[in-house]
Design a protein around this ligand. Sequence first.
Ligand code: TYD
Ligand code: MG
Length: 446
Amino acid sequence: MSRSKILYQCQSCGHSSPKWLGKCPDCGAWNSFTEEQRVAKLTRQKTAEPVVLSEISASTGVRYSTGIKELDRTLGGGVVMGSVVLIGGDPGIGKSTIILQSFKGLAKLGKILYVSGEESPEQIKIRADRLHIESDEIILLPETSLEGIISMAQKINPRVIVIDSIQTIFSLELPSAPGSVSQIRECATKLMFMAKKHNIPLFIIGHVTKEGAIAGPKVLEHIVDTVLYFEGDKGNPFRILRAVKNRFGSTNEIGVFEMQESGLKEVDNPSELFLSERPENVPGSVVTVSLEGTRPLLVEIQALVTASSFGVPRRTAIGVDYNRINLLVAVLDKRLGLHLGGMDIYVNVVGGLKIDEPAIDMGIIAAIASSFKNKSIDTGIFTFGEAGLSGELRAISQADIRINEAAKLGFKKGIVPLSNSNNNKNQNINIIGVKNVEEAVEMLLF
Ligand code: TYD
Ligand code: MG
């Protein structure tokens, strides 16, 4: 018996309900439910054969370079055959650009089928010329129907498929509009089956919008093997590509790029870049070291503390967790006796980077204390460490990698947690261990 019924689905997270709801109980989005028709067509497929693990040849372990080092890094060392990679990000951030640039390396695998539902072949040609991408292996397909794409793929037999973007693709079998949750899920699943069957890599590009008007790539995350997100501010040329899920490599690896006239340029030494415009002898600025995947990154944290002109003081956090700021402000208040209650506090990680590692606690504390006391921190000093609620400074992981990176960039002195300082082997830098936040601030703002 075929079952066909109407259900309501949240366009932001994919939660479904038999009746319309004003607020999604899953993701909390308002007015996000639309009517969709679910056609449950389950056909029985051939039963799979069991296999002995040791008899499987691990040909899937072979990786192919995209020709872009930073992209290979986020993928876990290159793209794996038969893998499905989702590249998500705000519109205009550079998703189409990076994929087009990667064709230089991917064309070595053979034919690339670039399905574009957003741009015409002429537009893509203009962009490719600008990026100096030229290859007979790149085939453009301005098609938006899933059935059309699949039949064309069977004809062309490509070695790589790119879908730009999944929101524009629709299946004729579903009555809902392109971009709706059921369309996105259905199309991605069918495409994934195709990629697995032919053992070719599939790249899916997906837009994320804050309003959730178009179904976000969130619903795809569990279908695909690897999820890369493009981060960055519109006004800032830096772009960060972050792996948030990877079945073939480590997560939280990042790739750093700079958007230029001729496309995205890889940034070999991001620390240098993030510190390049650092002001000297200005209160409220300090350098800390964060570890992104396997790579240490020196970043500048800035804070501005001003007397509040309203009853409730403002707290603004850009690039760091808002609740973490409140917690650290409370520690500063209680343990250092800084009266921040009536102060507006703004904290910013320079360069549009987002960091959620407790190792930068000490950086945030130092920046706030420095701005509050209006005393600058020496530009040759860096600091890191996790702050506890009783003001103790806790050791963090992989301190040696962080210290070496700071030494490489010419830092002379580091204020770090005591147990981290005991293991320091680097002779070129003066590492001072401290037990608590109070001591650290005293050292930094002498
Ligand atoms: P795009 O890759 O089209 O974004 P997405 O596919 O994520 O929507 O990037 C578009 C932006 O990048 C656009 O604002 C212009 C800028 N850009 C450059 O600055 N230089 C370039 O060489 C290219 C191709 C784009
Ligand atoms: Mg695009």
